[in-house]
Design a protein around this ligand. Structure first.
Ligand SMILES: [Zn+2]
Length: 336
């Protein structure tokens, strides 16, 4: 049985934030919301959403299991009707999980376009063993392109790189289908690839018009909703990034790490890794360890250990040897 979940209403455009009350009305949401933001996103967008929905925003600084459970226990049918997450990946994921735990609808209000979690039914929690959870996808998405466009350049290039990495995620998904008989969805795969392709084609225009990128990331989330798993947008390149998060004292941005991972795994797939590398360059995203600010040896360690981070069949198979890892990383110029 297929279990497809999609957002019901997505508003993307300049000043979309000022439509928050309208969105809530159209979705038939009632009661007081729990609005979550962080110290930074409160001033950027949280206060406007607060005003629109006539309710104070709460500042959340972690996404620990305990904090999420505390928030979830606050949300009952009597006191809170729905949850709103205003911020980047961490706040959105926290809100999504709080809403899921408390069985209430979630509205996603991204303040940057740095990852594909904006509209997906997926949550990743950074902890010792990173956790990837399937939850509900947001009922509504409010993407204010004026605000997202003002986010730091590196967040935009990280979003581009996360979308571009869909290419290798789909290759890994196909491989798992061929080798392990895993379910493969042509439609979800095509939609995921399309998001990557559009970002590649429009790379140079994105800093002037972020709506292309926001739509690509929302479409990636929709592909995940259609597939019923993160498969269309998360393969070995994501496992490489999660491993870097684990072993680096100062990891780089998620999308940037996935982009570099994608160059490596494309090469392992014998696919066109240069196309990925050039596309990343055009977006202003890193293409090697040095640009990530991570030592060559650490990148190799992550590549060797990545297959172990989750039980997902990819081109990494049962793992690369150190020699194999140096080989592919040197060939693609990811290390010196
Ligand atoms: Zn990602």
């Amino acid at each position: 049985m297929k279990d497809i979940e999609l957002p019901r209403k997505v508003l993307v455009g300049e000043n979309a934030l000022y439509e928050a009350d309208e969105l809530v009305f159209e979705l038939g949401l009632r009661g007081k919301p729990l609005i979550l933001c962080d110290d930074n996103t409160r001033g950027i967008a949280g206060d406007i959403v607060s005003q629109q929905l006539d309710c104070e925003a709460e500042v959340t600084e972690t996404s620990s299991e305990k904090e999420i459970k505390d928030y979830a226990s606050q949300v009952t049918e009597e006191n809170r009707g729905y949850v709103v997450g205003v911020g980047g990946g961490r706040v959105i994921d926290t809100g999504k999980l709080v809403a899921f735990e408390s069985k209430t609808p979630f509205i996603s209000v991204p303040t940057s376009a740095s990852h594909d979690g904006i509209a997906s039914p997926q949550v990743s929690i950074k902890q010792e063993k990173p956790l990837s959870l399937r939850v509900h996808c947001p009922l509504g998405v409010l993407g204010d392109t004026k605000i997202i466009g003002k986010a730091p350049e590196k967040l935009l290039s990280a979003g581009c790189a996360d979308a571009i990495s869909n290419f290798t995620a789909v290759l890994d998904w196909e491989l798992a289908h061929q080798k392990r008989g895993e379910y493969f969805g042509d439609y979800a795969a095509a939609l995921s690839r399309l998001s990557a392709e559009i970002v590649i084609q429009k790379a140079e225009k994105i800093s002037g018009d972020v709506s292309i990128l926001v739509e690509a990331l929302i479409s990636s989330g929709v592909a995940i909703g259609i597939a019923g798993s993160s498969r269309p947008c998360s393969g070995a390149e994501h496992m490489f990034s999660h491993t870097l998060d684990l072993i680096c004292e100062k990891p780089a941005l998620h999308g940037h790490q996935c982009g570099v991972g994608s160059i490596l795994t494309a090469c392992l797939h014998n696919a066109d890794w240069l196309k990925i590398k050039n596309a990343l360059e055009n977006c202003g995203a890193p293409t090697c360890a040095g640009e990530l600010g991570i030592a060559d040896e650490t990148v190799i360690e992550a590549l060797v250990r990545a297959h172990d981070i989750r039980n997902r069949h990819t081109i990494l198979g049962d793992g690369l040897t150190e020699d194999e890892a140096w080989g592919v990383a040197r060939k693609t110029g990811v290390v010196e």
